[in-house]
Design a protein around this ligand. Sequence first.
Ligand code: GRG
Length: 310
Amino acid sequence: MTTPPDLAEYLAVCREDVDRALEIILPSACPPVIAEAMRYSLTAGGKRFRPILTLATADAVDAATGTGPSRTLVLPFACAIELIHTYSLVHDDLPAMDNDSLRRGRPTAHVIYGDGLAILSGDGLLTEAFAVMARPGNQTEPALADRRLRAIAVIAEAAGAAGMVGGQAIDLQASGLGKVPSVTLNAEDLRAMHERKTGALIQGAAVAGAIMAGASAGAVTVISTYARHLGLAFQIIDDILDAEGATSELGKTAGKDAASGKPTYLSLHGLEASRRHAVEAADRARNALQQAGLSGRLTQLVDWVLSRTK
Ligand code: GRG
């Protein structure tokens, strides 16, 4: 399935908005070497799926409530999520973790700058994300400060030990890396690991968008359910692409999971059942939206996740 032209246009506009804002956000009052290393990974391309999801969620809330547009409020959060996502990729690629030399079609940060600076560039990206979210700019109303605090807490939990960092810790244990006893994951454990490692930040991206756009508590819950299922579908497709995709298309080393003996949907369920699991997760995401009368780009993003090739 190809991306419908109107969605392709929407994705391109969101991507431009995010890229333009990221250019402004990147710190300059710091030693040039760390600024350069941070910029290197951040501007290497990437689909910008998570920040686009943040913007699309805010657009859907705006459309449903008749308020907004909330783009200027939401954009810093979209950027922060991309900063956090990029930090996680930089750290994941390190020799102590996945030890990969290609990311977003470029040599990984540690290949160019060495392990120490790569680690620091990830630390810088993560820390900058929280500075970006906390800055009120000229939007100083108390109600917005409250939204901002709630959204920051959501992102912190999603990125931290209960979310992405915790998922990565399970991944390390399951890969037999590190100095703790390795664990064997069953299907349920694998799903739980994916929900933390990949799903949590995707869910946080959508929920932060909803909160910043002023969604009701009920709508935030619906968006959270939608994004949980969407995140799982995204990761199952990632497992499939790792086995079936080409390095040149993916911009990262294909076949890495099998080569490192990592548990994946494919290794546990096989190709056909993995596709079915992805489609079922996508259906659950669509159903959540329908129940709340939310749709638009959020439904289209489900189709996009299922049909993506990189
Ligand atoms: C180091 C704390 C820490 C976490 C690492 C994100 C992650 C957790 C590891 C990366 C390895 C991996 C394949 C994780 C699954 C998540 C995922 C699909 C990452 C790639 O995201 P895309 O496809 O990448 O959105 P782009 O480059 O398009 O942004």
